[in-house]
Design a protein around this ligand. Structure first.
Ligand code: NDP
Length: 237
């Protein structure tokens, strides 16, 4: 295991699920972690108490709230952008404002937060954005906005990887397949359909995603940037 002793880490969207596993992983290895939450105050405060991290309410749909926080807690050694939402339903029936809010949370805030963090980030800095295998493959109808948003993160990593590389800062996307969280519980109604697409017929665990994030954030991954890293039981294969 790599140690993140003394590293300053910000996780956007850390109160539950994959984000909470990432907070636990970095705090367990000695990092100084701040994380944001939107609605889940109780879960956020409990996690902060349990891990010695700092919880801050900041809506990822509110660009200025997030950018102010990035500036305040910086300079960051590691930024993880995990907050993301999915909207299901017929594209022809969906409210455009609701879709724009998804794009704000899933695309615009990841972009602007990455740029803001990089301004103060020292050499060796790491930016990791949680995308989805749905950036590569969308095998069901009703999730186009989500697929758009996760594909957009691929361009974000490729482009900003070029911009930040000369300063020794890497930026990568982790693309999970089905992971057992509140957003996609393994015992939910989609279980059999999702597992039918996969070679390893189970949901992944948040801790497995946190492990990939930790590796990308560590010294062994200094030559890895502008890239997508899929962890999906071969959902997208
Ligand atoms: P959850 O819904 O279980 O948790 C989402 C986390 O993001 C919560 O901590 C939530 O905080 C936070 N969040 C959501 N919206 C906002 C907001 N507007 N402002 C601040 N925080 C916010 O999701 P997962 O853990 O499953 O997903 C995490 C990431 O992984 C997402 O980007 C998702 O798209 C991606 N992903 C998940 C997969 C899965 O199968 N679970 C598969 C592929 C990708 P709060 O409750 O406090 O608002």
């Amino acid at each position: 295991m790599t140690s993140y002793q003394g590293k300053s880490v910000l996780v956007l969207g850390g109160s539950r699920g994959i984000g909470a596993a990432i907070v636990k992983r970095f705090t367990a290895e000695g990092a100084k972690v701040t994380f944001t939450y939107g609605a889940s105050q109780e879960a956020a405060e409990q996690l902060a108490r349990d891990t010695g991290s700092t919880a801050v309410r900041a809506d990822s749909a509110d660009r200025n709230a997030v950018l102010n926080l990035v500036r305040e807690v910086g300079p960051l050694d590691i930024l993880v952008v995990n907050s993301g939402i999915a909207i299901f339903g017929d594209a022809l029936e969906q409210d455009p404002d609701t879709i724009d809010r998804l794009f704000q949370i899933n695309i615009q805030t990841p972009y602007h937060a990455s740029v803001e963090a990089a301004k103060q980030m020292p050499e060796g800095g790491r930016i990791i954005v949680i995308g989805s295998v749905n950036g590569d493959r969308m095998p069901v109808p009703g999730m186009a906005s989500y697929a758009v948003s996760k594909s957009a993160l691929q361009g974000l990593a490729r482009g900003l990887g070029r911009d930040f590389g000369p300063r020794g800062i890497t930026i990568n996307v982790v693309q999970p397949g089905p992971i057992d969280t509140d957003a996609n519980p393994e015992n939910g109604p989609m279980k059999d359909l999702m597992h039918s697409f996969m070679a390893i017929k189970r949901h992944g665990r948040p801790e497995e995603v946190a492990g990939m994030v930790a590796w990308l954030a560590g010294p062994e991954a200094g030559f890895v940037t502008g890239a997508m890293h899929t962890i999906d039981g071969a959902f997208g294969a």
